[in-house]
Design a protein around this ligand. Structure first.
Ligand code: HEC
Length: 481
């Protein structure tokens, strides 16, 4: 027994020596700081959303164990795409080797190392990241009480643009980072007055019956028809009478989002988003009363205009299932939506969008020749980390390609984000209700294509304002430019 213990001890010390001989313990300055500066400090610096700054050795050291855990479980940095599918320019994830470096540093006693080896820490300015905007459009001053449940507010602000504007970059900037949890700004068509004497459209009347609008929120009637499998036929789960039409894609829809760590929306070189004359902007903001004090917010979006006409329009289409129903307590509800593109698409980004019960999302395409491919798989969707996955190269989808969005929802008590597992849940814009969307940014032509002579840029057609993603516009509010 004694002997065996001795042998084991000797073996252990042999292994320990062998290990130290082959791999020295990494140090903060030479090995760990560059990883934190490249993958973490964009959120982990003073006055940003993350709870602590990770810029200096003194700041990082007390968090070492938590950092080790966060990187080993891949909860940090928040990047949710399965690495087997697609390549993305904004992939922030650490490689296995980088994770091993952080682990070895913590396990090896967190040595600081030679201060001379520390790279210059990145500096984070509070200025506009896109540069000085050509126009700034803000919501009216919004006051928050000290306490209360989270608020989801929609503000409609007219652009007052008298002509179409081409936007090369848009940045949604929270006025008060302490209370703005996240936000989106969309371009919507200003409501047009119904022509007097026009005959009523029965489908529009049915849609009106199905969708309830109250205050700033919209939701689907509980007793509306249920279509969870939107892929039975194309566009199956749109609100009756509101199918998306390819020719209508483009001008309307999301312009910019603010989410922790998300970079500004900068459109690919040579492309720009069109904001049609007379459009409104709808700001959808999620506020939390996180400070316990009354607060005010004046969130705004900064826009850069194209200096010359872009070679092509940066476009976006929002597909989604609006007829979904999640039974109370159900841990795994599959909801799908399919659409076949009638034109060639060069897809530049994909964004799955669900609310608190969203569990996973997949974007699958079937090419006209029957070949299938997964463009994106998000196996653990999380409402707090709504990420736009920007493709490293525009993905060519020839006309006739069918896109399937396949999502699952967890409406059970096991879902820690679930606000109420006893509720049957239908479509609604409040986070306690659900959405199942896939937002797709795309181009009509390959990047770098010269501008066509046809003037096609200006031949955008009617809006897809019938899609229920766009809440009804309340009265116009003042604009600050
Ligand atoms: C996109 C922004 C973002 C990035 C990038 C990011 N974090 Fe975080 N991190 C957060 C936020 C916000 C929280 C607090 C909320 C949460 O835990 O989800 C957090 C929490 C943490 C925590 C948990 C703190 C606790 O209370 O236990 C650790 C540890 C951490 N981050 C480490 C890292 C490391 C290490 C990296 C880089 C490898 C990183 N983070 C990258 C935003 C970010």
């Amino acid at each position: 027994m004694h002997e065996m213990k001795y042998t084991l001890l000797a073996l252990a010390s042999f292994i320990a020596t062998a290990c130290t001989a082959t791999a020295a313990v990494p140090t903060f300055t030479a090995d760990v700081a560059p990883l934190l500066y490249g993958h973490c400090t964009v959120c982990h610096h003073a006055n940003d959303l993350a709870p602590m700054s990770l810029l200096s050795y003194q700041e990082v050291k007390p968090w070492a164990a938590a950092i080790r855990e966060a990187v080993l479980t891949r909860t940090m940095p928040p990047w949710k795409a399965d690495p087997h599918y697609g390549k993305f320019t904004n992939d922030s994830s650490l490689t296995d080797r980088e994770i091993a470096t952080i682990k070895a540093w913590v396990d090896g006693g967190k040595p600081e190392g030679d201060p001379a080896k520390l790279p210059a820490p990145p500096s984070y300015s509070t200025d506009w990241k896109i540069g000085k905007p050509d126009a700034i459009i803000a919501i009216p001053r919004h006051e928050l009480t000290a306490k209360g449940p989270d608020e989801y507010e929609n503000f409609t602000v007219p652009t007052n643009f008298t002509e179409d504007r081409w936007v090369t970059a848009a940045e949604l900037r929270p006025g008060n980072r302490k209370v703005v949890h996240h936000g989106h700004v969309q371009v919507v068509q200003a409501p047009t007055a119904k022509k007097a004497g026009a005959p009523a459209d029965p489908q529009a009347e049915y849609r009106k019956y199905l969708m309830i609008h109250e205050g700033k929120l919209s939701w689907l009637r509980m007793d509306a028809p249920v279509i969870n499998d939107g892929c039975v036929v194309d566009d199956n789960s749109y609100l009756p009478g509101s199918k998306p039409v390819d020719a209508n894609f483009g001008a309307w829809g999301m312009l910019a989002s603010y989410l922790p760590g998300r970079e500004a929306d900068v459109y690919p070189a040579g492309t720009a988003r069109r904001i049609p004359a007379g459009s409104n902007l709808v700001f959808q903001l999620h506020y939390s009363h996180s400070t316990g004090k009354p607060e005010v917010d004046e969130t705004s979006v900064g826009l850069l205009f194209a200096k010359e006409p872009p070679a092509q329009a940066a476009k976006r289409v929002d597909l989604g299932n609006h007829m979904l129903r999640l039974p109370a307590g159900d841990p795994n509800v599959e909801v799908t939506e399919c659409h076949t593109f009638k034109q060639d698409m060069y897809v530049t980004s994909l964004t799955p969008h669900m609310h608190l019960r969203g569990k996973d999302a997949k974007f699958d395409v079937t090419y006209p020749d029957g070949k299938r491919e997964t463009l994106l798989l998000v196996p653990k969707y999380n409402f707090n980390w709504q990420i736009t996955y920007r493709l490293a190269e525009p993905k060519y989808l020839p006309a006739g390609t069918r896109l399937a969005i396949i999502s699952h929802f967890d409406n059970s008590p096991n879902n820690p984000l679930n606000p109420d597992p006893t509720q049957v849940v239908r479509w609604g814009d409040a986070s306690e209700m659900e959405m199942m969307d896939g937002w797709i940014e795309y181009l009509d032509k390959p990047l770098g294509s010269p501008q066509g002579k046809s003037g096609a840029l200006h031949a955008e057609s009617a809006p897809i304002a019938s899609l229920p993603n766009h809440p009804p516009a309340p009265a116009p509010l003042p604009v600050k430019q």
